[in-house]
Design a binder for this molecule. Structure first.
Ligand code: COI
Length: 354
């Protein structure tokens, strides 16, 4: 793909934020990648100054929510180079989301080339501070002005970049989780396995109610039985019970996390007893009572690994591993970061250098 590139003048570049106080998703780099879909095909991609879009008020995304996104990261490696982690896996998942939402697929290789060109231009935005990274957000929205409920015929695909620190204010520390059986995130047959905007909109009320009660996030249960565990906050979830590492299977309502997949591969390489199986909240509560519940943690691109310190379910509070980060959670967090930042051999070919 030939790209058109329009760069800002040097004197118009934004000042860089303090790398030690980035938070998550609060700052954006100077340029973005955009590409328009029209007349049945994608037009030439562009790198241009970051800025507002002009959208028709009838743009279909504003009415019927055809919007999908991805989240991946670029790391400032030990060698000073920029390391992308599993970028094409994220873009392939983007295409699976597109297909579920009746949106056009992108050419993974061409778009990845566009992302590499954008990050190269924005290389000074890839932070070097401990734990800080450049979060890359590819997104597609429906832009055709029309009010009939059908797939849009026009889209804009864009990629923006945000230097980020820890996802949760707690950083890599155990979080308090509220188990909701009042709200659900997704249902089998719905769009839970697609990374589509509406899934996140649907999660906000439960998260706010949990936060008002002093919790960081919610644990999501199956929409039908309200017992089988699905996800935690915006992440996949893992439990260590006895000698098993358990995560719910990809049943259709769960996002197929790239970090989930990395955790499964790494722990299988370590020879752990890893199972993808249905696990209910009752089993977890019972395992806490009999002492076999060892660890709980979330996995996602943003937080990588997020240890769970306690679970609150129906007026019962269970403390996991004395409220401390578990051994496996710590080991996985360290190992994944070591691969991502280039301190450890990347046996699986997950890291791509710029
Ligand atoms: C992740 O955990 O990687 C996410 O998808 C979070 C994102 C919605 C901010």
């Amino acid at each position: 793909m030939t790209l058109s590139i329009y760069k800002k003048n040097k004197e118009d570049l934004n000042p860089k934020p303090d790398e030690n106080r980035l938070g998550f998703g609060q700052y954006f780099s100077d340029h973005m990648f955009t590409m328009i879909y029209k007349d049945g095909g994608w037009q030439q991609g562009k790198i241009e100054p970051y800025g507002n879009f002009s959208l028709d008020p009838a743009a279909m995304v504003l009415h019927y929510g055809q919007a999908i996104f991805e989240g991946l990261k670029a790391y400032r490696g030990k060698d000073g180079k920029i390391h992308f982690f599993r970028p094409k896996d994220n873009l392939s998942r983007f295409n699976r989301s597109a297909s579920r939402m009746c949106m056009p697929e992108i050419d993974v290789d061409e778009v990845y080339a566009g992302i590499r060109a954008l990050v190269e231009i924005e290389q000074d935005w890839v932070p070097s501070a401990q734990g800080a990274t450049l979060y890359i957000r590819p997104t597609m929205i429906a832009t055709e002005p029309a009010l009939g409920v059908r797939p849009s015929r026009e889209y804009i695909f864009f990629v923006i970049l945000s230097p980020v620190g820890a996802y949760y204010p707690e950083g890599f520390n155990p979080v308090k989780i509220f188990v909701t059986d009042k709200y659900v995130r997704a249902v089998r047959g719905g769009v839970g396995e697609a990374k589509t905007a509406g899934n996140y909109a649907a999660s906000i009320m439960a998260a706010i109610e949990a936060q008002e009660q002093g919790f960081t996030q919610v644990l999501w249960l199956d929409a039908c039985d309200r017992k089988s565990i699905e996800e935690v906050g915006t992440m996949n979830i893992f439990f260590v019970i006895g000698d098993e590492l358990i995560t719910p299977p990809l049943s259709g309502s769960i996002l197929p996390g790239i970090t989930r997949d990395s955790v499964l591969k790494i722990t299988r390489e370590w020879g752990l007893n890893v199972v993808e199986r249905n696990i209910t909240i009752d089993e977890v509560m019972a395992a806490s009572l009999d002492g076999s519940l060892k660890e709980v943690f979330g996995s996602g691109t943003a937080a990588i690994i997020s240890p769970v310190g306690s679970l609150h379910y129906k007026d019962q509070e269970i403390v996991v591993n004395g409220g401390q980060t578990g051994e496996l959670s710590q080991k996985l967090f360290d190992d994944l970061q070591a691969i991502q930042f280039g301190y450890k051999e990347d046996k699986n070919g997950w890291v791509d250098l710029l």
